[in-house]
Design a protein around this ligand. Structure first.
Ligand SMILES: [Zn+2]
Length: 111
């Protein structure tokens, strides 16, 4: 199935990026930081990037699992097919545009 290949490719990219980011952290962890040090800012940035990539990895894993079950492209919230154009733009999505908007709004309020 073509989509599984695509998702795996993307997953490999994310893993590579994560590895690279973790290396960045490892190098800088030996330095003694003071408040507002550029290294500290850099480190914070790397940490938030890692969180972002890990979320993406999770989403990709879910999408892969769904693809294997033949449920790829079905919104997991409302069960409607997801717009193919959206799938092409965001291959790891498990939500249709409407549900994505709703869940983003909920996330924003819960923060
Ligand atoms: Zn939906």
């Amino acid at each position: 199935m073509q989509i599984i290949k695509e998702l795996k490719k993307e997953r490999t990219q994310v893993l590579k990026e994560l590895l690279h980011l973790r290396e960045t952290l490892k190098v800088e962890i030996d330095i003694n930081f003071g408040e507002g040090d550029p290294e500290l800012v850099e480190r914070d940035r790397a940490i938030s990037l890692i969180r972002e990539q890990e979320r993406k990895l999770d989403a990709l894993d879910q999408a892969l699992q769904r693809a294997r079950q033949g449920a790829y492209g079905i919104c997991e919230r409302c069960g409607q097919p997801i717009d193919p154009a959206r799938l092409e733009a965001v291959p790891d999505t498990t939500l249709c545009v409407n549900c994505k908007m709703i869940s983003e709004r909920q996330q924003r309020y819960s923060r």
